[in-house]
Each structure stands twice: as C-alpha cells, then as structure tokens.
Write a protein that binds this ligand. Structure first.
Ligand code: IPM
Ligand code: MG
Length: 359
C-alpha cells in the first residue's frame, strides 16, 4: 500500500504529521512518500504541482493531502497559485467523486451556529461532482464582449457544462451511497434557469430508474441553501455539481460547528483517492500548534476504508477520535467551557494513546 503524503501549506504540515503518526501505530505496513505541493512546491520548484509530485500521486494507491494556499500568493498568475495544485490533482487523477460528510458530533452540538435541536444528530453526506462544471469548462478567459449592450467592452467568461457520462457516473455513486445510508438522494440543480442543470436533472432522473429502493427528490440550489439552515436534518445524501457543491459543502460543514472535524474523500473509478480535511490551510494560525488535526486523522480513516480496503483499521481510528472527544479534549476551534484545551500535537498523541489502549 503506497501512500503519497502531500502536506502543502499553512497548517497542512502540522495536521498531516499527526495523521501520519496515527497511521504508524496501526500495525499495517505502508510505504509513505512525502512531496511538496501548493505554495510550498512553488517556493521549492517554481510550480504548485511539480511533475514529480503529480507522478508520485499517480503511482500511489492513495494521497493524504493537507491543505494549500496563502494570501501571499494571491497576486501570482492563476496557473501558479496554490489552488491549482488541488485542481490539477483532481483533473489528472480523474477524482470525480467527492464525499463530504457533514456530521454534528454529539459533544459539539453547542458549537453550531444553529440551535442545538436543529443540528443534534445531523448526518448528511454531500456528494459533489469534482472534475466538471464551470470549474473546468472551456472556453474561458477574457475578451472584448462580442455582443449585447456592452459590446466591445472588456469582459471575462467561463463555461458551465456537463456531458451525459459525467452526470451518469456520479449519479450512480450518489444512489449507491444512499443505499448504504438513509436511502434518500436530494439532487440539487438550477434547472429553472440553466440548461446545464436541466440536463443534469433529466439524466439523474433516468439513472434513478435503476434504483427504485432509493428516494429521489430534486431541489433548486437557492432553496437547498435555505433548507440547510432551516431544517438540515431533512437531508440524507445531498448530491450536486462542482460549483454548487463547493458552496453548499462549506455551508453544511459550518453548521455542524466542527469544520475542524470533517474529513473528505475524492475518488476515481479505480478506487484511487485523495483524502483531505474539509477545511483550508488557515495561514493565520499556521505554525502555532493550535490547529485541529482530527479532520485529517479522520480523512486517513476514510483512506483506509475507501482506497486501502482496511475498514477495520478505519473504524479503530474513528472510535479513538470519539473517545478523545468523550474525554473532553478540545483544540481551540471546538473548545467550550468545562472541556480541556489541547494543541495539535497533544490531540494527535491522545488519539495514538487511545489506539494503543484498544489493542
Ligand atoms: C474546496 C476548495 C477548492 C474548490 C479550492 C481550494 C480550489 O474550496 O475543496 O472546496 O473550490 O474546490
Ligand atoms: Mg470549497
């Protein structure tokens, strides 16, 4: 089992170190190889996704990814910005299926911005298509407006598009995932305005015919944004395209009160995957040893389950994380009165201690 370890920028290096520590006490044999990505790779090699890093990721069974980005790169040309590393990895590895669970942990119910009764027990799985849509559609760019009231003026444009097979394969992923949970898929679109998403809705409806045991509802994205803050527990699998999924997954993550706790998986058709926390590189707290490593540790658990066929080990990690929370240990992001504040390393050490106590 070969794992490419790409810590990246900001808190990425600190949190990935803790996840690697956790993996190393599992009595499994991995080959771990680390490489630079994002701003760190730009500094070292002049590119956010150097050829050597991409090659390592392609040859590995799984990628454990930290986070990329820092304000100091905001003025670089787009192709050199840290974000291009994650977009490039998604594209080159064809990681079209993004799983973002939004779970409200029992002990963290009060950390949510919503009333506890709205979020207690919340467990949504967001499935976001990750390699299509307006993120990657061509053409895009700047030009002189060809027509309309502002003809001749400078303008910028992007292309929103989805092909039938792209929608079909992610729809199968969503229905199959729903089968293993609450058997309900909410497909989020903007079919009332956008041709791309009328097509999305049509194709999803067709694929649904193969899954009569799963309930399908369609919802416009604006309504979905509203329902997420009004009655989030009505969702089971929230399924959508790349752009809407980007926005709704941040919204959903935040209302769990535990963005520092949420892992994610991005998979291709061969089961290869990239695993990363749902949060970003948080340059404001980088190097201070206060970041929450649990989202990355839980991402490592997802990696064991989805790409490395080690679901027992995955469960051991998840159980260990729950028990450190039950012990009352909290990093700053999830701290509340009456709990014990710990740093990044102490949190990682606590998970390791629980794992050792299990065996
Ligand atoms: C995410 C991030 C990325 C995205 C950025 C960093 C390119 O926001 O993973 O949600 O927009 O997909
Ligand atoms: Mg995002």
């Amino acid at each position: 089992m070969k794992i490419a370890v790409l810590p990246g920028d900001g808190i990425g290096t600190e949190i990935v170190a803790e996840a690697v520590k956790v993996l190393s006490v599992l009595d499994l044999s991995f080959e771990l190889e680390e490489a630079k990505v994002g701003g760190a790779a730009y500094e070292a090699h002049g590119h956010p996704l150097p050829e050597s890093t991409l090659k390592l990721a392609q040859q590995a069974d799984a990628v454990l990814f930290g986070a990329v980005g820092d304000w100091k790169y905001d003025n670089l040309e787009r192709a050199l910005r840290p974000e291009q590393a994650i977009l490039g990895l998604r594209k080159h590895l064809e990681l079209f299926a993004n799983f973002r669970p939004a779970i409200c942990y029992e002990q963290l119910t009060h950390a949510s911005s919503l009333k506890p009764e709205l979020v207690a027990g919340l467990d949504i799985l967001i499935i976001r298509e990750l390699t299509g849509d307006i993120y990657f559609g061509q053409p895009r760019g700047r030009r002189s407006a060809p027509d309309g009231v502002f003809a001749g003026q400078p303008e910028a444009f992007d292309t929103m598009r989805y092909s039938r097979p792209e929608i079909e394969r992610i729809a199968h992923v969503a229905f199959q995932a729903a089968r293993k949970r609450g058997k309900k898929v909410t497909s989020v679109d903007k079919a009332n305005v956008l041709e791309t998403f009328q097509f999305w809705k049509d194709v999803v409806t067709e694929v649904h015919a193969e899954y009569p045991d799963v309930e399908l509802e369609h919802m416009y994205v604006d309504n979905a944004a509203m329902q997420l803050v009004k009655a989030p527990k009505r969702f089971d699998v929230l399924f959508t395209g790349n752009m809407f999924g980007d926005i709704l997954s941040d919204e959903a993550a935040m209302l769990t009160g535990s963005i520092g706790m949420l892992p994610s998986a991005s998979l291709n058709a061969r089961g290869q995957g990239l695993y990363e926390p749902s949060h970003g590189s948080a340059p404001d707290i980088a190097g201070k040893g206060v970041a929450n490593p649990l989202a990355t540790i839980l991402s490592a658990a997802m990696m064991l389950r989805y790409s490395l066929n080690q679901s027992e080990a995955a469960l051991r990690i998840e159980t260990a994380v729950k028990s450190v929370l039950a012990q009352g240990l909290r990093t700053a992001d999830i701290y509340s009165d009456g709990t014990t504040r710990v740093g990044t390393k102490e949190m990682g050490d606590a998970v390791v201690a629980r794992l050792k106590a299990q065996s």
